[in-house]
Design a protein around this ligand. Structure first.
Ligand code: GTP
Ligand code: MG
Length: 443
């Protein structure tokens, strides 16, 4: 991937389409203007009607061309955008004419954005925002991605990095001039106070209940309960299709079966699980272990009770409201109405389902809205921020135990490095490959 190569790709969607946008970026843009545009390059940033031709002078298409001279372009390089008719043959002819030129090749996935990153147009969280925006299917995902793309996360992490740099400067002064001024324990107080505040902030971000990641990857609802309670029937009703096998035999579901839905404007994964009971059966036991894990990881846990075998008291729920909710099923055969259930439904005939779905929707909305601006939207951020927090805690301990300011400084440097790598400012070659390879071609 030489940066000196000029890259080109179809940047718009599946063909055929009304229009197709072919994007070109790199030093060969001037040569392309001279050879492929009958009238040469148009004025900068002005949509201009142009005839595109190949090197033999054959007309490729007539369309609009936009020229963005460096550095004022997405990639920071000279860039062309060709708006062609969206026929597969038109696009093929255009890409062939472009790549026939010296130094021009097809772009790798995400290569335009990678160049933008390398030119300092975007930091890594913003580049991730671009990818998320393209993949966003819900408005919740879209607005989170847009916030990230426009620097919402950059501001948070850059703010922490700057604070850490300031703290490091304070501590380094103490290392270099240990005898200057007042060397009583109180000289550490400003560092300690600011460090404590920072630790509180980062801890709060890490404890935000995964909201950012959930908006991006989907919230999780688990349906659990005794065998035959009707969990699979409920899943099928929520899915609107026969996703799971339903039989009258207890112990039918063995594995976790997940369906994906949009609820309350968010992507939600709903999991049906194996019925919980004591069992000697090895396969069933494994299913039950998975059911419990699924429930632990879920944002919402529906404990489904079989209404045809109603217990006299509400079963204990390991999760307090709002995560746990008790739902009684089989309303159609219910002898008495229990006062302790959040919902009474019949998964079979659909009664009570509207109310249940509305409640699930409201709970998902409230989870999604519980953090105004999540600092973490990916596992990558969580992992690095977690390591940063460990370094901060160690700095605080070193400071408290008087182990020496060199050690405190070293921990602060570690924390700075973690924050910078979230922004893509250091040690990122391996991360870059992982982040950009998931982009689509042309972005
Ligand atoms: N009368 C009535 N029967 C229901 C209702 N919901 C489910 N059933 C029946 O209950 C039986 C068990 O349903 P499933 O959905 O397979 O139950 P499950 O909880 O998934 O069971 P396991 O997978 O064995 O844990 C089936 O015969 C269903 O038809 C309901 O609302 N009313
Ligand atoms: Mg089942």
């Amino acid at each position: 991937m030489g940066a000196q190569d000029t890259i080109c790709a179809l940047a718009s969607g599946t063909l055929p389409s009304a229009l197709a946008v072919v994007r070109v970026s790199g030093p060969a843009v001037y040569a392309i203007g001279a050879q492929l545009l009958a009238e040469g390059l148009p004025p900068a940033r002005r949509g201009t009607l142009a005839k595109f031709q190949d090197a033999d002078g054959n007309l490729i298409d007539e369309g609009i061309v936009l020229f963005f001279p460096a550095p004022n372009s997405y990639t920071g390089e000279d860039t062309l955008e060709l708006f062609l008719h969206g026929g597969p043959a038109v696009v093929e002819h255009a890409l062939r004419a472009l790549t026939d030129l010296e130094g021009v090749r097809l772009a790798e996935p995400g290569e335009f954005t990678r160049r933008a990153f390398e030119a300092g147009k975007l930091d890594l969280t913003q580049a991730e925002g671009v990818a998320d925006l393209i993949e966003a299917e819900t408005l919740g995902q879209k607005s989170q991605a847009l916030r990230q793309l426009t620097g919402g996360l950059s501001d948070i992490y850059a703010g922490w990095r700057d604070e850490l740099m300031y703290l490091l400067a304070l501590v380094e002064v103490m290392v270099d001039f240990p005898d200057e001024g007042d060397v009583s324990a109180d000289a550490d107080a400003p560092v300690r106070d600011r460090l404590d505040a920072l630790i509180r902030e980062v801890t709060a971000a890490l404890g935000e209940g995964w909201v950012g990641e959930r908006i991006r990857d989907g919230f999780r609802i688990a349906i659990i309960g005794a065998p035959n309670a009707g969990k699979s029937t409920l899943l099928n009703r929520l899915a609107g299709r026969e996703a799971a096998i339903v039989t009258s035999k207890p112990g039918t579901t063995r594995d976790v079966i997940e369906i994906r839905r949009v609820l309350g404007g968010q992507v939600v994964w709903i999991a049906d699980t194996a019925g919980l009971r004591e069992t000697e059966d090895e396969i069933e036991a494994e299913g039950i272990r998975r059911a419990k894990m699924t429930a632990d990881d879920a944002d919402l846990c529906l404990l489904l009770i079989d209404g045809s075998d109603l217990p006299s008291a509400p079963p204990p729920l390991p999760w307090p409201d709002p995560k746990g909710m008790v739902v009684v099923n089989k309303a159609d055969v219910l002898a008495e109405t229990p006062g302790w259930a959040s919902h009474i439904i019949s998964a079979k005939d659909g009664s009570g389902m509207d109310r249940l779905e509305a409640d699930l929707e409201a709970r998902i909305r409230s989870f999604a809205g519980s953090v105004e601006a999540p600092a973490i939207t990916r596992a990558r951020h969580r992992e690095k921020l977690g390591r940063g927090l460990a370094a901060l805690t160690s700095a605080r301990d070193a400071l408290a135990s008087g182990l020496g300011h060199e050690l405190v400084a070293e921990d602060l440097r570690l924390a700075i490095r973690e924050t910078q790598s979230i922004l893509g400012q250091i040690g990122v070659e391996d991360i870059l490959g992982a982040v950009f390879s998931r982009f689509c071609i042309g972005k």
